[in-house]
Design a protein around this ligand. Structure first.
Ligand SMILES: [Zn+2]
Length: 387
């Protein structure tokens, strides 16, 4: 495990965890971890995300329900080699379980009362699941616009308190921010809590172990995008430790209906200041089946810079896909035995849109990260039937 320090992404000011914003300039915080060794890149006998504890920040507790080490399956497609990383089969059926295993462990270390968060649904289920496993309380703020439906029933079953907030995800984000502190660890799965991004580093090691090499491209559905950044950080770890020689190009995908990152990216090659301005421009938000990645970043646009930075440094891109393409990709996956939610299907839809993905010609091809299962969201049925 690695020693973490917490610093401001903009001015570099160091602070003490838990903290959510720079006390000097109010920018997002990031964890800086001591370098990983070659031995630290290898799996251990630990369970869940702790199987790759060498890549994670040090914690005193190790809460797990067996998350991580998810299957990597080849997809039947014409042309490039495409594998699906099934984050949809984590214990609560989404990738968020990796972050919540780490967050619940940190909360126990801190003596916290519970986990509090804003969620479109998946994170609520995951946080409630891991809070229950750790004996912590859980408080969820969910926007009425997120249509989280059945996902909230699952969170309630695990004992979570649910507070519905009128409006969009960004309104729920603000409500969760007001509730953080006083023993409540904010585990909103944007970049608000700098610890959570770190939990995704082991995904890179799992991909290299399973493929036998580094993929050309990794496609990740993104709201704010910590999963994309965390996976990219993991690949940079492996390269720095001499385990691999390259880092894949990272492609972020959003739904056309809510695509602030794709909007900023598409405005051309910019510096961080210009990106920040672009991210603050109001973007039109329409309903999308891919609700799990519908994040307008209103009120915390600077968090998007962390994702854009990772994408640029990897040589990747951010794209947006339309609702018909998302539905079609979901149908294609379902016919290959993989029932995922629309946000996850967007990863496959991106292959038709992304020039970076289309350029993948290496032996390990493209990995599409399927972020969440379809079972929690029966309205994602692709055959038009009513659940
Ligand atoms: Zn600062």
């Amino acid at each position: 495990m690695r020693e973490p320090t917490v610093g401001c992404v903009r001015c570099g000011h160091g602070t003490t965890y838990p903290a959510y914003r720079c006390p000097v300039c109010a920018s997002p915080l990031v964890l800086d971890l001591t370098p990983v060794t070659a031995a630290g890149c290898r799996p251990t006998t630990g369970r869940g995300i702790w199987r790759h504890a060498g890549l994670l920040p040090r914690t005193g507790h190790a809460v797990t329900l067996g998350e991580g080490s998810t299957p990597l399956l080849p997809l039947r497609r014409d042309g490039a080699t495409v594998h699906a990383k099934l984050e949809s089969v984590n214990p609560s059926l989404s990738f968020k379980d990796r972050a919540m295993a780490l967050a619940a462990s940190a909360a126990l270390d801190l003596g916290s009362t519970g986990l509090v968060l804003a969620s479109t649904g998946n994170a609520a289920v995951s946080a409630a699941t891991y809070a229950a496993a750790a004996g912590l309380r859980c408080r969820v703020f969910c926007a009425t616009g997120s249509n989280a439906g059945g996902k909230l029933d699952v969170a309630r079953a695990h004992g979570a308190e649910i507070r519905l907030v009128p409006g969009h995800y960004s309104d729920a984000y603000e409500a969760a921010t007001r509730a953080e502190g006083d023993g409540w660890l904010n585990v909103t799965t944007t970049y608000r809590n700098p610890l959570l991004t770190e939990a995704y580093r082991p995904v890179a090691a799992e991909l290299v172990d399973d493929l036998g090499g580094v993929p050309d491209v990794v496609v990740v559905p993104v709201g704010a995008g910590p999963l994309l950044r965390g996976v990219w950080l993991g690949f940079t770890d492996l390269r720095a430790a001499g385990r691999t020689g390259t880092v894949p190009r990272m492609v972020g995908v959003q739904a056309d209906a809510c695509a602030p990152l794709a909007h900023a990216w598409g405005a051309g090659d910019r510096d961080a200041g210009e990106w920040a301005t672009a991210l603050r421009e109001p973007v039109e938000v329409r309903p999308t089946a891919a609700a799990a990645i519908a994040d307008a970043l209103r009120g915390y646009a600077d968090e998007g810079l962390l994702t854009l930075d990772a994408v640029r440094r990897s040589g990747g891109e951010v794209v947006a896909v339309g609702e018909p393409a998302i539905a079609s990709a979901g149908h294609e996956l379902a016919r290959q035995g993989l029932f995922v939610e629309p946000a996850a299907a967007a990863a496959l839809a991106a292959l038709e849109t992304s020039a970076v993905a289309a350029s993948a010609t290496g032996p390990f091809g493209v990995v599409a990260v399927l972020t969440g299962h379809g079972a929690k969201e029966p309205s994602t049925r692709t055959d038009g039937s009513t659940p």
